[in-house]
Design a protein around this ligand. Structure first.
Ligand SMILES: [Zn+2]
Length: 305
């Protein structure tokens, strides 16, 4: 390799193979005729997609040769590339603002372990991240298996994600208790699953808030959580106003037509049984509502939940 050579390398930020430019490179290949002929090359490279700098180690196996073109008598030798980030924290900033501090710390260390090919530590870290998410989201269960199964009640993750997480539990377990080094490829897949999970639980909800998309409230727990979020986020929430459900979730929330009655009933019974103290059922006394629907229930907000 020479400076200004363009090569394909794995970019951690772009999360795929991208074109990189070699900024500086040094080949270290001491060769004596009695030894195996190989060498290591150390390069600083820059991703042409996201501009991030990283450090590339190339192992040259000069004796493992293969033909590029038999007729032209053209041969090349095998190269093995390993790409390191000098400081993964640069890539992680978007996670820092979205994750709770403890969870971010373990995520950051796990990512660094991952980039440095420390596969046992990465597996242990992945297991800790799952534990951390359960703790942060107050998902209970007597062991990690139960907790993972209960994670699906969060509403943000699918059954498929939960099944994948069960597999990751074993990965971490083997690494901690049996000191079994996981396969690199398993680690890469596992890390992708974890990042997907963090995206679904922590990043996407924040990003959605910045859009004008309607939030689809198809489960009661989402519906109730959404009302609480609306109250917490709207400083101008009026405690003397009589809200209908539609008003409570407007303008961002949307309930499927066939769920409306079910949600209303469940909300009412939870209020009546005293499970919810921040909201009460009331009569509609709003002067401004000229058209009144007698079937609608109205609510008053007592305090910020
Ligand atoms: Zn990149």
């Amino acid at each position: 390799m020479t400076e200004d050579t363009k090569i394909k390398a794995e970019c951690l930020d772009c999360k795929r193979q991208t074109n990189h430019q070699v900024i500086a490179t040094k080949l270290h290949a001491p060769f004596s005729p009695h030894e195996y002929h190989d060498g290591k090359e150390y390069s600083i490279i820059q991703c042409l997609g996201c501009d991030q700098f990283s450090f590339l180690k190339t192992y040259h196996d000069y004796e493992a040769r293969y033909a590029i073109d038999w007729e032209q008598d053209e041969f090349d030798h095998v190269r093995i590339y390993t790409n390191f980030y000098p400081d993964a924290s640069e890539v992680l900033n978007k996670y820092r603002i979205s994750l709770p501090e403890n969870l971010y710390t373990i995520y950051e260390e796990t990512k660094v372990a991952f980039t440095q090919n420390l596969d046992i530590f990465t597996a242990i870290g992945i297991r800790s991240i799952i534990e951390g998410i359960c703790k942060d989201k107050k998902v209970t269960g007597r062991d990690l298996e139960k907790k993972i199964s209960n994670l699906k009640n969060l509403g943000d993750i699918s059954k498929r994600d939960v099944d994948l997480l069960h597999s990751l539990r074993f990965l971490g377990n083997d690494a901690v208790h049996a000191l079994i080094k996981p396969e690199r490829n398993d680690i890469i897949v596992a890390f992708n699953i974890i990042e997907h999970l963090i995206q679904a639980i922590y990043l996407m909800p924040k990003e959605l808030k910045r859009t004008n998309f309607k939030i689809h409230l198809d489960e009661y727990s989402k519906f109730e959580e959404f009302i609480m979020e609306m109250i917490r986020n709207h400083i101008s929430f009026d405690f003397s106003y009589n809200y209908s459900i539609k008003k409570l979730i407007s303008p961002r929330g949307k309930i499927p037509y066939d769920k409306f009655g079910e949600f209303e009933q469940k909300l009412n019974s939870r209020i009546k049984s005293g499970e919810l103290d921040w909201i009460e059922i009331t009569q509609n006394e709003n002067q401004s509502d000229s058209i009144q629907n007698n079937n609608e229930t109205f609510y008053k907000i007592n305090k910020v939940p």
